[in-house]
Design a protein. Structure first.
Ligand code: ATP
Length: 267
């Protein structure tokens, strides 16, 4: 379901996420294993953070990894978009926040994901006025009710951590800050590999080498996804042209995505 605010277990797998190994390890320790083996943690009296803030440039996998965490843990996922929450519920924003957390408790274990969370939390008194102020206060109340939100983990995502209200970053709220950087050259290759899982890449293509190519410098995961798509389009169109010529379709060789298609896409 793509309806906002409703829960489902997402279908994004770890293998769909390229790179980000440290982040994956952290989430495995802090969320996945706690959901899978709750008795272990109770037995040892371990008390760990349940709120996280992913920050970094756009399109580098914040949403993707949050979904993969939910999938890996077999947990429900509720996707809240900060700006939509703010505009949709003007005047009843506190109620909306209460409803979201209560829904998350109902479908626990659950990952509650706040995308563009900065929209809800711009430093008080600056932009936004009292709607933001009231929404933020309600959010703090819900986050502090940690003892009542068994099995609910909160992940926020932002490209602008510097505008976040400091109060939100304390332990027990969005207490653990995790940076999601632009991919390194080798990580670009790993992202291309992850993105190629459902694509007929020719055996001669070395995706790690493509990722290291200078032309890919500074590309985000989202940019690489666009690149992969363009390369696939180039291959597909080449095949269509071949098919529309005189050769009968049955003799057209099955086509794959080759190095030349990536080069064409990079242009
Ligand atoms: P924003 O800040 O714009 O919301 P984001 O960091 O949440 O961005 P995502 O929405 O997770 O970025 O990524 C957008 C798309 O880019 C993904 O759906 C995926 O196709 C691709 N992508 C980004 N990062 C990765 C990655 N590490 N591995 C595989 N694909 C990625």
């Amino acid at each position: 379901s793509r309806r906002e605010g409703f829960s489902t277990v997402p279908n994004v797998k770890w293998e769909d996420v390229g790179g980000l190994h440290l982040l994956r390890q952290e989430f495995d320790r802090y969320i996945v294993r706690r959901i899978k083996y709750p008795e272990d943690y109770e037995g040892f009296g371990v008390d760990l953070e349940t709120g996280f803030l992913l920050y970094g440039p756009p399109g580098c996998g914040k949403t993707l990894i949050a979904k993969a965490v939910a999938n890996e843990a077999g947990a429900n996922f509720i996707h809240i978009k900060g700006p939509e929450l703010l505009s949709k519920y003007v005047g009843e924003s506190e109620l909306a926040v209460r409803t979201i957390f209560s829904r998350a408790r109902t479908c626990s274990p659950c990952i509650l994901f706040f995308d563009e969370v900065d929209a809800l939390t711009t430093k008080r008194g600056k932009e936004g006025g009292w709607v933001v102020e009231r929404l933020l206060n309600q959010l703090l109340i819900e986050l502090d009710g940690a003892e009542h939100r068994q099995g609910v983990y909160v992940i926020g995502a932002t490209n602008r951590p510097e505008v976040m209200d400091r109060a939100l970053l304390r332990p027990g709220r969005f207490g653990k800050l995790l940076y999601v950087p632009l991919p390194s050259p080798d990580e670009r290759g790993l992202i291309l590999k992850a993105l190629s899982r459902n694509k007929p890449i020719d055996g001669s293509v070395d995706l790690i080498a493509v990722g290291r190519d200078e032309a890919c410098e500074n590309l985000s995961g989202a940019d690489l996804s666009a690149l992969m798509n363009e390369a696939a389009m180039a291959a597909l169109e080449e095949r269509q042209i071949a098919q529309s010529s005189d050769t009968p379709p049955s003799t057209t060789p099955p086509s794959t995505i080759k190095k030349a298609h990536f080069e064409q896409a990079l242009k």
